[in-house]
Design a protein. Structure first.
Length: 408
């Protein structure tokens, strides 16, 4: 814990972590918020899944593009425009009474304009701390991200079930606008200039660590999103149990991130962490009451943040500084699409298995286990392509390097 305490005493680190965490909170709220809101309107998880699919397509298109644009137009300009458009689309989804096709269009706009805050902050980090502190900082950030993916749904579930689904979606707008303004106004956002990349768009995916982290992130977050849908389906829309179970999951992930996320990172580190997530996801299939489900999610959650820390560090150490924003854009896109895909597939399976006496939640947990299995397979098959960071820091490759000369 002394490592994290030293980090938080570094000027600006605690503030920038808090600001980006607040601004990115909608990333963990939108999928489940849409699921609750649109299921109430259309009485179908499948209809909600269609809107989520449109959102994920928009995110797939925009994530790397808006991240790369920050090197051309500057971080602040890109962030301000995308925050404004995304907030407007979310507000319309919450308040307007529209046919399904119109919600699909608004969902696509939400995805296309989702602000690239994650790539921005991870590009800033190497300029705020020294190389020795960078891996622990990514671990701390991963723990914070896990709060987004797990605590975000807890909040939207409580608000959506206890107040209204409209309030749940609007709450994500509050976080997006308020947190976005806080982050954009941070001095570091103005001070750090991302160099214009000299490589063609998408070339960064040629780095194995970037491609593997994007794929594994997609499957891991998809597994999480399916679990969230399964928990809601298990306990229904009107009870507080689902929020409490998700809160236990969030605490387990946070504790795991702070306890294990700073450990040395070898080529098999990601596969080992994903294996624990997979075990918990499989056990959740057989747990249909509060305490057993909570226990399985503690197992599934304890290695989530450490796994994310491995991915962030591997990406940072594998690309040039001018390519970091785009690289994290691809990784973030994978995670966001995974969240939407996990919710959508779980929604369809819940509908398919739901009957008069059955909630259909088993379908969501099967989907979660399937996503986790694919994450494990990718991380294990390509383990030798991941960088070995034991004994070295995770700083990006400098854009300008010394040219060795031979003395005459």
């Amino acid at each position: 814990m002394n490592t994290y305490a030293d980090l938080l005493r570094t000027p600006g680190v605690a503030r920038i972590i808090a600001a980006q965490l607040t601004a990115r909170f909608p990333g963990g709220m939108i999928s489940l918020g849409f699921l609750l809101h649109l299921e109430r309107i259309f009485d179908s998880y499948g209809a909600a899944g269609i809107v989520l699919a449109a959102t994920s397509i928009g995110q797939a298109i925009s994530g790397p593009l808006t991240s790369r644009l920050m090197g051309v137009l500057g971080m602040r300009r890109v962030l301000i425009v995308t925050i404004a458009i995304c907030a407007s689309a979310l507000t319309a989804i919450a308040l307007a009474e529209l046919p399904l096709w119109a919600y699909v269009v608004l969902g696509a706009i939400t995805g296309l304009s989702y602000p690239p805050i994650q790539p921005a902050v991870r590009t800033i980090y190497p300029k705020m701390v020294n190389g020795r502190q960078l891996t622990p900082l990514f671990s701390l950030d991963a723990s914070a991200q896990e709060i987004i993916w797990v605590a975000g749904p807890v909040i939207v579930t409580f608000v959506g079930t206890q107040v209204s689904t409209v309030a749940g979606v609007l709450l994500s707008v509050v976080f997006l606008v308020g947190g976005g303004a806080w982050f954009v106004s941070s001095p570091e956002v103005g001070r750090v200039r991302i160099p214009r990349s000299k490589r063609r768009f998408g070339a960064v995916l040629g780095r194995p660590a970037v491609l593997i982290s994007t794929a594994v992130g997609f499957f891991v977050v998809g597994s999480c999103a399916a679990i969230e849908a399964g928990v809601v389906a298990t306990f229904g829309d009107g009870g507080a149990e689902s929020g409490i179970v998700l809160a236990i999951w969030a605490i387990a992930s946070l504790v795991g991130g702070l306890s294990f996320g700073h450990l040395p990172i070898g080529p098999w580190a990601l596969a080992r962490r994903i294996f624990v997530v997979f075990v918990g996801a499989v056990l959740a299939i057989f747990a249909f009451e509060f305490w057993t489900l909570s226990l399985t999610l503690v197992i599934a959650g304890v290695c989530l943040a450490p796994a994310l820390a491995v991915m962030f560090s591997a990406v940072s150490a594998s690309v040039k500084f001018s390519d970091t924003a785009e690289a994290y854009g691809w990784v973030g896109t994978g995670q966001l699409i995974g969240a939407a895909a996990g919710s959508a597939i779980a929604g369809f399976l819940i509908d398919a298995l739901r009957s008069g006496s059955t909630t259909g939640s088993a379908g969501a947990f099967w989907a979660s286990a399937g996503f986790a299995l694919l994450a494990l397979a990718v991380s294990a098959i390509f383990a030798r392509s991941m960088p070995d960071l034991r004994g070295r820091d995770a700083s990006p490759i400098p854009d300008t390097e010394a040219i060795p000369t031979t003395p005459s």
